[in-house]
Design a protein around this ligand. Structure first.
Ligand code: PLP
Length: 406
């Protein structure tokens, strides 16, 4: 059992009021709040450790480099990567996927096929479309079943001799569906395809072991897991990191530069051009320590309990439609009430202090396949309480007449 009351003391922002009412923050899939421990780590980096990394011979620069490189080892341990050289720091999931699409994309030829799913975030669609425009690749899309789980028969049927890459989310940011990465990766490998996983919505909620999952690339963002705002991680299997060309060029990623030719560093530096966000990378260590000190399995159980309770109560509301009911889903509830527009529902909830997401959630193709424009989305984190869920439910009931429902 989590001592939520004690945990919440790490988050002064949760004491905020909006429109004079206690704020209930249920937009955790977009970004989680940051505990004091991580904020203090960022402050400490600025106040006592800031220097440019990998460049200086002086002590401060060596310390900064050491902090950055030990963060890499910490991430390696957190996701059980085989080696620290397979951990690349990025700006976020989006940049991680762009890196793969761009660099791996250079090995593809016109007519090569990339399989995506209809539940992808735009971050795992548009980079492949940019590649399609450059390289003439073919994009194929796996549909979903009525409960929001992936149609795995369709997935298998899409493979051909030309399938080179399969790229899909571990967890859908709209439906909460948890995709069977291990099985999908094993099948794709049998067919000779490279497997890219968008882990943005998985890493905050349950244990990730990249060796167990068996994909080739796994991307995620620190700001969705109690960490700092501007960084992410791309794990890549060493064989692939050796095979694909660099993403961006500049300082840090080179061995030697001359106008007659340039040689590149080994991974991971090969993929980390320019001055890295050392402060946030170092502070990420604190976020991982924080999650480990609580226990990701306790976080998972708590969030799941809140989601189950909220779902059961929401289903009692007339006209309630929940999108995504696959077994074992992550703590995200996307819904619509009657014929009410999602913005109206979201704005009325906001006036009662409840912060939920509204819109297409950067998943317009999914919305199109569901035949809707958008949803309201409530998503949970470790600091949410049952009392907050009750307040959210009470707010929903209160606005029903205004939405013309009930
Ligand atoms: N993929 C998924 C499934 C997401 O939910 C998000 C963010 O909401 C992203 C990718 C993009 O993450 P970021 O904006 O941190 O790069």
């Amino acid at each position: 059992m989590l001592d939520i009351k004690a945990l919440r003391r790490q988050y002064p922002i949760l004491e905020r009021k909006v429109y004079g009412k206690p704020m209930i923050y249920l937009d955790n899939s977009a970004t989680t709040q940051t505990p004091l421990q991580v904020v203090d780590a960022i402050r400490d980096m600025y106040l006592s450790h800031k220097a440019n990394v990998h460049r200086g011979v002086f002590l401060l620069a060596q310390e900064a480099t050491e902090l950055l490189e030990s963060a890499r080892t910490r991430v390696q341990r957190y996701i059980n990567a085989p080696s620290r050289e397979e951990v690349i720091f990025t700006r976020g999931t989006t940049e991680g996927i762009n890196l793969v699409a761009s660099s791996l994309g250079q090995l593809l030829t016109p007519g090569d096929e990339v399989i995506l799913t209809v539940m992808e975030h735009h971050a795992n669609i548009v980079p492949w479309q940019l590649l399609q425009a450059r390289k003439g690749i073919v994009i194929k899309v796996v549909p979903i079943l009525p409960d929001g789980s992936l149609d795995l028969d369709a997935f298998r049927s899409l493979f051909t001799q030309r399938t080179r890459v399969v790229s899909f989310c571990h967890v859908s940011n709209v439906l909460g569906t948890v995709n069977p990465v291990k099985e999908m990766a094993a099948y794709a490998h049998e067919k000779g395809a490279c497997v890219v996983v968008d882990g943005a919505q998985a890493v905050p909620h349950f244990k990730i072991d990249v060796q167990e999952l068996g994909a080739d690339f796994y991307a995620f963002s620190a700001h969705k897991m109690y960490g700092p705002q501007g960084i992410g991680i791309l794990w890549g299997r060493r064989e692939w990191l050796d095979r694909i060309p660099p993403y961006q060029g500049g300082g840090e990623m080179i061995k030697h530069v001359s106008f007659s030719g340039t040689t590149f560093e080994e991974p991971p530096l090969k993929f980390e051009a320019g001055t890295p966000d050392f402060v946030d990378i170092a502070a990420l260590t604190s976020a991982l320590d924080y999650i480990d000190s609580i226990g990701i399995e306790h976080i998972e159980a708590h969030e799941n309990e809140l989601m189950q309770y909220a779902t059961a109560e929401m289903m009692k509301i007339p006209g309630m439609r929940i999108f995504g009911t696959a077994p074992g889903k992550a703590p995200v509830i996307s819904f619509l009430v009657g014929d009410a527009h999602h913005y109206d529902t979201g704005m009325l909830l906001d006036k009662l202090g409840v912060a939920v997401r509204t819109g297409h959630h950067c998943a317009q193709p999914l919305m199109e396949s569901l035949g809707i424009e958008g949803t309201v989305r409530a998503s949970f984190a470790l600091y949410n309480t049952r009392a907050e869920v009750n307040a959210f439910l009470a707010a929903l009931h209160r606005i029903l007449p205004l939405l013309g429902v009930g």
